[in-house]
Design a protein around this ligand. Sequence first.
Ligand code: GLU
Length: 402
Amino acid sequence: MADWQTLSDRINNVAPSATLAVDSKAKAMKAAGVDVIGFGAGEPDFPTPAPVVEAAVEACREPRNYKYTPTAGLPELREAIAAKVLRDSGYAVTPDQVVVTNGGKQAVYEAFQILLDEGDEVIIPTPFWTSYPEAVKLAGGTPVEVFAGADRDFEPSIEAIEAARTPRTKAIIVTSPNNPTGAVWSRETIRAIGEWAVEHHVWILSDEIYEHLNYDGAKTAYVGVEAPECRDQLIVLNGVAKTYAMPGWRVGWLVAPAPVAKAAAKLQGHLSSNVSNVPQRAALAAVAGPLDEVHMMREAFDARRRAIVAALNDIPGVSCPTPTGAFYAFPDITGLLGRPVGPNGTVSATSAEFAAALLDEAHVAAVPGEAFGAPGYLRFSYALADDQLAEGMRRFKAYVEA
Ligand code: GLU
């Protein structure tokens, strides 16, 4: 580009999505004939349930779906989402508190756009999902990381959160079950964050997209339940991607106090208008339907979880705590850094370099911890077929032991 063709500081200061970058590199290698095992993006390998697909097929034939519909979402879907909150979290919200978004990611983006002014700070428990800090920066805010490592089961302490608070603290993010660690935070921690936020007038964004994926008796604690007094300052983020195996349909939502939801709809009116009607009709069939499929998926993920944790811990230099939620394993691989590894004796100084070498040399795709504010770790999504998982782990071990 010519010298004058500069882009905004706003976009130049944002990092690309590392999860999507790893996923697209792995998919491009596959398309080029390389046999890659992809532990990259968190994308369930199960098909979308048949009744949901049927609802979409039917919706394609209905001319009413060819028109613009309300920006905040189809009224029936907003009602179904409100009913879902009551069913799953046990408290009542009204449809006017719901805004249907283009995937959960747009709900995150909109939440920060409507809450933050230049220089407002958002406390982000770290490791974090890779898009949070970038969405904060795009809204002019400043991400403030509060790290909790494997020694704390990746669960932030309220003391560390309080130590990070300043007069500019505007919001905090809660993600449990967690991406990338798979940790399910205790009820005590969730309650403490809710109470702390009420005391200090801080907005809470609770990303509940993995709510139904719990193992070993762990149970998702909802901040709106544990600290009901925070509901007037709570924005819940969710979507159909993980619960109903619908990542590509791009339907998410936020549930917020009505004036906040109204502001999000105002923004969306200039951004993307209504989410495509056919996926909204599919989402309606999913959200208003039973949870049988996610229970079946959870059983399959549970078996894979146990398999991948055992396999990772069997690799010299790798140490993986046992996650109790979502579908991610998040091992510490610092034992593999700074020394020759693999048939070519590649020396990686960082987990980012190691992830690149693992992909290039062993054809195993994982996302480096740097993408989540946690250098020294790798994230493995185990939402892939059992035989792929076993082969990927066999390759990783063989690579390390070569
Ligand atoms: N949430 C998933 C992940 O972390 C999907 C990819 C993305 O949008 O980041 O891999």
